[in-house]
Write a protein that binds this ligand. Structure first.
Ligand code: ADP
Length: 887
């Protein structure tokens, strides 16, 4: 072996060694040492068989080697045997030997190469074992395992084939799949040698028919693995009989279809009432369109139950029984409500545990409505019957009442007849003409008790015009009914008395009222008749001429007065025209009067001229009134004429006299007053002198008396002054001296005079609307007197509060209001106020000094200024005196 060769052998990955013919190692490459576990070179010259072979085969292999060397046997090209490593581990080597020959062809040794196949040997073993296991597994599989080659020949089938197809495996192995087990038409893919390349490799699911040994077909289903095995395509099927399952599925499908297409709403809920399935009919009934809207939701949402509890209770029933029926109120998507009948079942699993509930519904809204209607109808009917019964009852009681009322009415009629009799009696009595009021009242006494309804009524009393009328048996009790009427302000009292405690009833009261009314009318008529008689007398005897005429001015009646004034008797004048009584120049007046009378006017105290029978012209004051018939039409007139021819003459005379005497009186008064004033002044003056002790001392008593004298004298002087003033005015001697007067200055002067009094009484004195610079044109002294009189009166007659002077200006007047909050004046005393010497008679006024002339003088002074005075007063509250002064 060359070194080159050796080098080559060194690097080769196979164990290579060379032995001489004795079996000694002459060469071992690197790989050889590696496998055998010796250090390189260590084995050179060592016996291969002794060193490197396990003892049990060493002799045998050594013998074979000797024979080989001798050329007795031919070398085996390949063999395998174990070797032993330095550490004693056995390894299996797959050998390849080449016998080495020398040049002469003599065997000199051997060159061997070997591969360590220890590992693959173990694998092989394992494979064998696992194949066995695999076989067991296959045999115990639930599925039928069938292996066919690409021509369809069955190469393997497990014993499940018997269960599925009725064949034992040995019956099938080597047979063709088609047509023994599978009809070509049913087989989904062709088994074809030629189509190798195109064959699908991998797993597919298959399901198709197979023919059972006894001829019926079954459906198998499973996986088909198509794979390459040693360049050949092989199909391994793992198949199951799904005939039954298919059938189940089919029937389930049918059932599903039935449920899906059912027109009855059907649902499934889980044990928590959550919807797991609904059919289209349900969706439609509940108004939904998509399953997502409802699935997974609680049934609670779709059923109207008042409370959660009520809802749960309904479902709890299902837990106890398997089937529940009942009525529910469904709630649609849009919220509307309907009635439905429900049938619910529980679905159990194999362990008999409930897993689902199924429910179907029938819409019974219509039925419900119909039932409701029926119920309502029934109710109505019942009510009708009730009503009718009530009506009947009512009728019966009413009839009873009617009978009672009839009886009452009969009684009432009896009573009314009596009542009518009584009233008729009274009316009859009243209609009698020559019967006095007294007689009427007396007969009424007899008419009332016996005809009156009430037998216990014992007596009647009538009081009229201070006369009492009663029966002899009259007895007053405390049970009294009465009526009171007024006839020309005279009271008429009719009283009836019971002899026992009894409420008077309304009929009695009404009857008594009616009696009262009738008697009143009767008496009134009699009274007016009386009046009429008086009037007739008056007309007859009147000194005035009273006569009437028709619309044609023809005289129709004539009294004695007319006879006296005009000189005609009634016989002479009645039927004659009025013109006989009128001087010719007054004919127009007659015409004028009659045109005024026609529309119903009246002519009062018209002064004109008349003509008497002797031709004397008379001064006549005539009052003419229209005479109307019952329809209110004017049918004529009547006149009252007074002849004042004589009195006119006398009047003139009297007036002249009066004037003269008045003038005389005033003049007299003026001079008298003057005469009176002079001595009075000296009385006052001298009394003053004595009182002021000018003429010497006086004692207290003398002082007191003299003070009295002075007061009286001053009062008298006041009186005389006033009289004098009045007289002056009346006699026309009073003169006016008009000048500009500053109003506020004048008032302040008066104020100083009245201040002590109002201060003393603690009164307020107020001025209103009085301008400082206001001047008025008046007689200074007289105006001052006016204002002073009124203001001092206001202060005098006021005890507390305020006195006010208000000024205002009008176009032609100045106006003054003197207002106080004093004692006031009674209305009955109003006419006294401005009269001379008149004072109100009261303790209060008497205690205050006064003459009763102040206001009468004031009035005259005001009138003298072209103004007037008036007052308003409320007794106890105060007075306001208002006067004007002409500008
Ligand atoms: P006399 O001098 O009495 O006051 P008058 O003529 O002034 O006389 O008044 C007449 C009467 O009018 C008084 O006596 C009094 O009774 C009554 N009188 C006048 N003014 C007032 C008043 N302001 N308030 C109440 N009474 C009054």
């Amino acid at each position: 072996m060359t070194d080159q060769e050796k080098k080559y052998l060194e690097i080769i990955d196979t164990l290579i060694f060379a032995l001489d013919n004795k079996g000694k190692i002459t060469f071992l490459n690197k790989k050889g040492y590696e496998i055998l576990g010796y250090i390189e070179g260590e084995l050179i010259g060592k016996n291969w068989f002794d060193t490197c072979l396990p003892s049990n085969i060493k002799n045998e292999v050594s013998n074979v080697y000797k024979k080989l060397m001798k050329g007795e046997i031919e070398s085996v090209k390949y063999y395998e045997n174990p070797i032993i490593t330095k550490s004693g581990k056995e390894k299996i080597i797959y050998w390849h030997n080449t016998v080495l020959n020398d040049d002469k062809g003599k065997i000199i040794g051997i060159l061997s190469s070997g591969d360590d196949i220890t590992k693959s040997k173990i694998t092989e073993q394992n494979l064998k074992e696992s194949e066995e296991k695999y076989h067991d597994l296959l045999e115990n599989l639930m599925e039928m395992v069938i292996v066919v080659d690409n021509k369809g020949k069955i190469t393997y089938v497990n014993s499940r084939s018997f269960d599925l197809l009725g064949y034992r495996p040995e019956e099938l192995t080597g047979k063709n799949l088609i047509p023994n087990l599978v009809l070509i038409d049913d087989f989904p893919f062709a088994l074809n040698e030629k189509s190798n390349e195109k064959q699908f490799l991998g797993i597919r699911f298959i399901e198709h028919k197979m023919i059972h040994k006894d001829g019926h077909s079954i459906i198998i289903s499973g996986k088909m693995v198509t794979r390459m095995k040693k360049d050949k395509i092989e199909h391994v099927g793992l198949l199951r009989d799904v005939t039954q399952q298919k059938e189940d599925e089919k029937s389930l499908k049918i059932k599903n279809f039935a449920i899906e297409s059912s027109s009855n709403p059907i649902i499934m809920v889980d044990l928590n009432h959550i919807l797991t399935y609904v059919n289209p009919a349900w969706l439609e009934m509940w108004g939904y369109t998509h399953l997502e809207e409802v699935l997974g939701k609680s049934m609670r949402k779709f059923i109207q139950e008042k409370t959660e509890d009520a809802f749960k209770k309904r479902f709890r029933k299902l837990e106890k029984t398997t089937k529940v029926t009942g009525e529910i109120i469904g709630k649609k998507k849009d919220g509307t409500i309907f009635h439905a009948h429900l049938t619910a079942n529980t679905v159990f699993d194999e362990q008999n545990k409930p897993i689902q509930r199924m429910a179907s519904f029938i819409d019974i809204t219509d039925r419900f409505k119909a039932e409701k209607l029926k119920l309502e109808f029934k109710k109505q009917l019942e009510e009708k019957v009730k009503e009718k019964t009530l009506e009947l009852l009512k009728e019966i009681t009413e009839r009873k009442n009617m009978e009672g009322r009839l009886k009452n009415a009969q009684n009432l009629m009896k009573y009314q007849i009596k009542q009518l009799h009584c009233l008729y009696g009274i009316s009859h009595t009243l209609s009698l003409t020559d019967i006095s009021i007294e007689k009427i009242l007396r007969s009424t006494l007899y008419l009332i008790p016996p005809t009156f309804k009430f037998p216990t009524l014992i007596n009647v009393r009538i009081i009229y015009d201070n006369n009492q009328y009663k029966l002899d048996l009259f007895k007053e009790t405390k049970w009294k009914l009465y009526v009171m009427k007024y006839i020309n302000e005279k009271p008429l009292l009719i009283e009836v008395f019971y002899n026992e405690d009894k409420e008077f009833i309304i009929e009695e009261k009404n009857l008594l009222k009616e009696i009262g009314e009738r008697i009143k009318i009767g008496i009134l008529r009699r009274e007016t008749e009386k009046e009429k008689d008086i009037l007739t007398d008056m007309v007859k005897n009147s000194p005035d001429a009273i006569f009437s005429m028709n619309n044609d001015t023809i005289i129709t009646s004539w009294n004695r007065g007319a006879e006296n004034i005009y000189g005609y008797t009634s016989k002479e004048i009645i039927g004659k025209p009025i013109h006989l009584l009128v001087p010719t120049d007054q004919y127009d007046t007659v015409l004028e009067i009659s045109t005024k009378i026609m529309p119903g006017l009246e002519i009062n105290h018209y002064e004109t001229k008349g003509l008497n029978k002797n031709g004397k012209i008379l001064d006549i004051s005539v009052t003419v009134s229209p005479v109307k018939n019952s329809e209110g039409n004017v049918v004529g007139s009547f006149s009252i004429a007074r002849d004042f021819t004589e009195s006119n003459e006398q009047q003139k005379l009297y007036q002249d006299q009066l004037l003269k005497s008045s003038q005389f009186k005033s003049e007299f008064m003026a001079s008298m007053s003057h005469e009176l004033r002079t001595p009075l002044n000296s009385i006052i003056g001298f009394t003053d002198v004595i009182l002021e002790r000018i003429s010497g001392e006086i004692n207290e008593e003398q002082d007191k008396y003299l003070t009295n004298v002075k007061t009286s004298a001053l009062h008298l002087l006041d009186l005389i002054n006033d009289v004098l003033d009045i007289s002056k005015i009346e006699s026309g001697k009073m003169e006016m001296d008009i000048e500009d007067v500053n109003l506020s200055m004048m008032i302040s002067q008066i104020d100083t005079m009245i201040k002590p009094l109002y201060k003393k009484k603690n009164l307020k004195f107020e001025l209103q609307n009085i301008d400082k610079d206001k001047t008025i044109q008046v007689d200074r002294l007289k105006f001052k007197e006016i204002l002073f009189n009124l203001l001092s009166n206001a202060v005098k007659y006021t005890e507390e509060g305020i006195v006010k002077l208000e000024f205002s200006e009008q176009e032609k007047f100045w106006k003054f209001d003197v207002i106080d909050t004093g004692i006031g004046i009674k209305e009955e005393d109003f006419n006294l106020i401005f009269q001379d010497f008149k004072r109100i008679r009261s303790d209060y006024v008497s205690a205050i000094e006064g003459t009763g002339l102040g206001l009468s003088l004031t009035k005259r002074l005001i009138e003298f200024h072209g103004g007037n005075i008036s007052f308003t007063s409320i007794f106890g509250k105060g007075s306001t005196f208002t006067f004007t002064i002409r500008k």
